[in-house]
Design a protein around this ligand. Structure first.
Ligand code: 13P
Ligand code: SF4
Length: 379
């Protein structure tokens, strides 16, 4: 276990749950103004509006990593996102040169609800990864494989990549990271999102028959033949995002039929069939930027998490924005971060009894930092 969680008594949250949003917001703002620069509240674009309203900075996964890495004045970070993001913030904010600048003082990183995980990150358990690496080593020279992990992964997997000459990527720099990897080895093992890996590699001219999928639940070579693995360029781990998996080619066709000229804008965690049909594919940051830069009157069907699409609709009434799926696709774990949890976390922090502290152990930090620093240099 690479994370230590100091959770306060379960009896403390219910009173917060009974407070109105208005009261919670006032109390949150009270703590923010009293702690001033000592506190940094970071929010991912998928957070609900009520929470985003209190964040100092918001961004996509890459931007949030940069913000955590650059934080100097703050003593604490409250991360309104999911577990792997808070782990990454802890690793980057407390890296050796930053600790030295602060005379050894750590930045305390907190996640308001410890149940805010990521189902995709959970699809690549470190034991499964280590077994796969060993099995692959029996048929391919491991020193000719670069392990690349999407930032949506546990710190232990980032550390595995760091230890084996590998690197972390985000949805905004995956192509540059793959290029970095191919400058070193002729093969990549890509975790845990097969769709981001496939969509990125296809754009680089790698074909599907060079991208076998490794199923960690198949005992025999992840369900592949020796020949398929030997001929591979990218071995894709069989993971996916349950939110983005819901968008289909049929949704794209239905929108194109109903709204001729509509632009389809999707996240690369969507399946290949959706990415292939889209006009633009990119990180949450790129999705926002694309809409911001479009002329008034542009019609969009956007395939990413619901809260972000609804916020874009509200912020851009001059454009016509639709959600790409007829069913609700929202990140249920991200949604666990609400005003009650945020207020509870902040008031405990101010009282000197921080709760839900994310602290990655030293060994995991050391190696995952290696992989994260490579990523920050490549971008
Ligand atoms: P980005 O914000 O980096 O595009 O990532 C999307 C996502 O799924 C975060 O978990
Ligand atoms: Fe994980 Fe998907 Fe939620 Fe992102 S949207 S945090 S990948 S479950």
């Amino acid at each position: 276990m690479s994370t230590t969680a100091f959770s306060a008594s379960a009896f403390e949250l219910p009173p917060y749950k009974s407070l109105s949003n208005e009261e919670l917001s006032q109390r949150i703002e009270g703590v923010r103004s009293r702690l001033g620069e000592r506190l940094l509240l970071l929010g991912h674009h998928y957070q609900q509006d009520e929470v985003i309203a209190h964040c100092d900075l918001r961004g996509d996964s890459y931007q949030l990593s940069q913000m955590a890495a650059g934080s100097s004045a703050c003593e604490s970070i409250v991360f309104c996102g999911v577990h792997f993001m808070a782990e990454t913030a802890d690793i980057l904010a407390n890296r050796p040169e930053k600790m030295e600048e602060r005379s050894g003082r750590r930045v305390t990183v907190m996640l308001p609800d410890m149940a805010a995980g990521c189902s995709m990150a959970d699809m690549a358990a470190i034991e499964q990864v280590e077994n796969a690496w060993e099995d692959l080593g029996e048929i391919i020279d491991n020193s000719d494989i670069t392990p690349v992990t999407y930032i949506n992964s546990a710190a232990s997997l980032k550390a595995f990549c760091g230890k084996h000459g590998g690197i972390v990527c985000t949805s905004s720099n995956a192509a540059a990271v793959l290029e970095w990897a191919f400058a070193r080895t002729s093969r990549v093992l890509f975790f845990p999102d097969q769709h981001l890996g496939r969509n990125t590699a296809l754009k680089m001219g790698i074909t599907n028959d060079q991208m076998p999928v490794w199923n960690p639940f198949e005992s025999d070579l992840g369900g592949n033949t020796e020949e398929a693995l030997q001929q591979s360029k990218v071995i894709l781990w069989q993971g996916h995002c349950s939110v983005h998996q819901m968008f289909t080619a049929a949704h794209v066709h239905a929108f194109r039929e109903q709204y001729p000229g509509i632009k389809i804008l999707v996240h690369p965690e969507c399946m290949q069939e959706v990415n292939d049909l889209a006009d633009v594919s990119g990180s949450t940051g790129k999705i926002i930027q694309t809409v911001q830069q479009a002329p008034a009157g542009t019609q969009w069907a956007i395939g990413t998490e619901l809260h972000l699409v609804n916020r874009l609709k509200a912020e851009h009434p001059e454009q016509q924005i639709h959600f790409l799926s007829p069913v609700v696709c929202m990140c249920a774990t991200m949604y666990r971060i609400d005003l009650a949890h945020l207020c509870w976390t902040l008031e405990n922090l101010e009282a000197g009894t921080p709760v839900n502290v994310i602290e990655v152990d030293d060994e995991t930090t050391r190696w995952s930092l290696t992989a994260l620093e490579r990523m920050l240099e490549v971008h």
